[in-house]
Ligand binder design. Structure first.
Ligand SMILES: [Mg+2]
Length: 245
């Protein structure tokens, strides 16, 4: 496979992978998702090789990811799309004062309106309007959009009946590059299946390899059909890297 043999020979390899849809086949009940044993075994063996690090990068919270995966202690975990890491690649102590201030600003601005809830988060705060009357909900969202959301250094994510403001930008792409730098990796393999993984594929550099699992447009250079094929890919990488050492 183009690029894989070269990747397997790199001095310090970081193997980073999404969980759902890559290690674990997609199931209808999210709590029932489990990684394929073949993938876990190949990654465990890869991680025990010298100069080879394993990371699992997920949108799930770290707590849930740990419960579903039971990963070896030496694996690096990134949860909540990069807002939580086991490596402290983000300095949470430095971020906290700005996040607390942002939550207080939102509370002061719109927190007293009926049905509006401000949810403080580690890197910012969310304004929930699901329980507000429609006219109040739209007025509150507009006030947040035209006010605090326009401040420099604020990153906005809008969802259904919620607007979330953060004081640092997080994405799987940023998380993977923070981890690459923290570990001094000389090349990265990233495997993912979803739109949020495209941020990671686009953040890859020369000599890295992106593997997209399943159909759909992608910035990754390689594609495999499903998690079973991904397991075979990890096994091939293990064989190549073991042979080269
Ligand atoms: Mg996924």
């Amino acid at each position: 496979m183009t690029g894989l043999a070269e990747l397997a020979r790199t001095a310090k390899l970081l193997v980073a992978t999404d969980f759902d849809g890559v290690l674990a086949p997609i199931v209808s009940v999210p709590a029932a998702a489990r990684a394929l044993p073949a993938s876990v075994e190949a990654l465990r063996a890869l991680g025990s090789l010298p100069d080879t690090e394993i990371a699992v990068v997920s949108g799930r919270s770290l707590e849930v990811l740990r419960r579903l995966l039971s990963p070896p202690d030496e694996w690096h975990l990134v949860g909540s799309h990069g807002a939580e890491t086991t490596d402290n690649t983000m300095d949470m102590e430095a971020v906290r004062p700005a996040a607390v201030k942002l939550a207080a600003t939102l509370e002061h601005l719109v927190g007293a309106r009926p049905g509006v809830a401000i949810e403080p988060k580690p890197i910012g705060a969310a304004v929930h309007v699901r329980n507000a009357a429609p006219d109040i909900a739209s007025a509150v969202l507009e006030e947040v959009r035209s006010g605090p959301a326009t401040e420099p250094g604020i990153f906005v994510t809008e969802g259904k009946c919620v607007i979330e403001l953060a004081v640092v930008e997080v994405s799987k792409g940023i998380a993977v590059n923070q981890l690459r730098d923290a570990l001094s990796a000389t090349a990265v393999l990233y495997a993912g299946d979803d739109v949020t993984d495209e941020r990671a594929f686009r953040a890859l550099r020369d000599g890295d390899l992106g593997v997209k699992v399943g159909p759909g447009e992608t910035a990754a250079s390689l594609r495999v059909e499903d998690p079973e094929a991904m397991a075979a890919f990890f096994e091939e990488l293990l064989a190549l890297r073991s042979a080269g050492r």
